[in-house]
Design a protein around this ligand. Structure first.
Ligand SMILES: [Zn+2]
Length: 457
């Protein structure tokens, strides 16, 4: 076993456990135990955790104390009780976040966190160490399904991690390299001229897997393929995270990197929610979460096989419980279980953000991926971004291919937008040199700017 990996597994982790009380490996074992339970056992275990959480939240958390007397009478059906609580949107959480913080928690034990604000204002929240470790544990369990373990070398294609001065930056890189066995490559510097240098770095680091944003990994793969190169070292997986992964992205990554793509579904303000198994399906870690899937407009539960808005209740975050938290993602619960033997329920479709869904003039949803699928067949453009300002008004930014641009293709694209959204939709077209990723490093093809609530279908 190479030295860094050996040191991380057999020295650093045991020391973290002893000195800092880190329990990540305990939580991995708990999640491992749960993945072999029957559906009924898993549901019972989840109900017990939910009952305890509701008891705590209604007793301690100002935002939920109004429900205290009612809930304390009977919590035999905790899921039904949970449904009596209002859905917690990011906006309402942001406006009253102080009311979700448990009193009497020593400030030193609180870990502040915030979303990148790629889709609006950043959301600030607190976690405790145990919750962070449970998220980590979920990631390690997902990786273990692909024979990747603690200390295995990883190349991460990522946005700039932090605003650091030189000394902090050296310390950060040292920690990444020797305590995490990770090499970070910036997603912001991904361009054709950098590819030979990146390939050299990766080959000499010889990672077990790559990890990064779907759009960054895809761009990297495309640039490698354009140069008629391949990575040329054996990888166990390419782990794609933070954005919904599209089939065309998966295809070019597998071609360029010569390894299977594994999808990780997580959110900064939600933790690691689901992981792709070797059979290619997404298992949700329901030992960590209670999940609900509801209609985006009526907010009524939708059955398996139907897409809806995901609400998560983190079963372990007692310092700042967010119950029925609306992450803003559209997902679908599978009607059939997976064949791989893992009991965690399957999310059939993770369709990205609710804000990526457009509303047509006829009141139908049109997912942003629709425009992506059409664009894939057109050679005229490198990339695009479409923004729906109102049901009858969109802006379209196009990055033209200098040699392959054909106005006929542009007309075809505009026609398909009108076909999906309505004939009378105004489309403002502009040509740009590039479309930068958002502040968080994520790239968004489709953005709806107005809320769905208040719109009638
Ligand atoms: Zn599976």
């Amino acid at each position: 076993m190479p030295l860094t990996k050996y040191m991380i597994r057999h020295v650093h982790w045991p020391l973290m456990e002893r000195w800092k009380g880190n329990r990540t490996r305990t939580y991995i074992r708990e999640l491992q135990d749960a993945q072999h339970l029957t559906n009924e056992q898993l549901a019972n275990r989840q109900a017990d955790k939910l009952r305890n959480l509701l008891q705590h939240a209604t007793a301690q958390i100002p935002a939920y104390q109004d429900y205290r007397s009612e809930f304390s009478e009977d919590l035999s059906q905790p899921a039904e009780r949970l449904r009596q609580l209002p859905i917690l949107t990011k906006k309402s959480f942001r406006e009253t976040s102080d009311r979700y913080l448990a009193p009497d928690v020593p400030p030193a034990t609180l870990i502040p966190n915030r979303t990148g604000g790629s889709t609006g204002e950043p959301t600030r929240f607190y976690l405790d160490r145990a919750t962070v470790e449970r998220y980590e544990a979920a990631r390690w369990l997902g990786l273990s399904w692909h024979n990747i373990g603690i200390g295995d070398p990883c190349v991460m294609i990522w946005g700039n991690p932090l605003e650091l001065n030189q000394q902090q930056s050296r310390a950060f890189r040292w920690k990444e390299r020797f305590l995490k066995n990770r090499l970070l490559l910036s997603a912001y510097e991904l361009r054709e001229s950098q590819i030979p240098a990146y390939l050299r770095l990766i080959r000499s680091f010889s990672p077990t897997y790559l990890y990064g944003y779907a759009s960054a990994l895809h761009l990297f793969a495309e640039l490698i393929l354009q140069k008629k190169e391949t990575l040329g070292i054996p990888l166990k997986a390419i782990v794609s995270t933070a954005e919904s992964l599209q089939p065309f992205q998966r295809e070019s990554m597998e071609k360029a990197f010569g390894a299977p793509v594994v999808n990780e579904y997580g959110a900064r303000d939600g933790g690691i929610i689901a992981y792709e198994c070797p059979a290619g399906r997404m298992h949700a870690f329901t030992d960590n979460y209670y999940m609900e899937i509801v209609d985006p407009i009526t907010k009524e539960p939708v059955p398996p096989g139907k897409p809806g808005l995901l609400l998560v209740t983190d079963l372990h975050n007692y310092v700042m419980p967010r119950l029925r938290y609306e992450l803003g993602d559209i997902v679908q619960l599978a009607a059939e279980p997976c064949t791989c033997g893992i009991s965690y329920p399957v999310l059939d479709q993770i369709d990205g953000r609710e804000d990526d869904m457009f509303l047509s003039r006829h009141g139908h949803y049109v997912h942003g991926h629709y425009f992506n699928h059409i664009m894939r067949n057109l050679e005229s453009f490198y990339t695009f971004q479409i923004i729906q300002h109102a049901p009858d008004h969109v802006s379209l930014k196009l990055v033209k291919h200098p040699e392959k641009y054909d106005p006929v293709e542009e007309e075809m694209f505009l026609a398909s937008i009108r076909k999906s959204l309505g004939d009378d939709v105004t489309i403002d077209v502009s040509y740009v040199d590039q479309i930068p990723p958002s502040a968080s490093g994520k790239f968004r093809y489709a953005i709806r700017e107005f809320p769905l609530s208040g719109v009638t279908r």
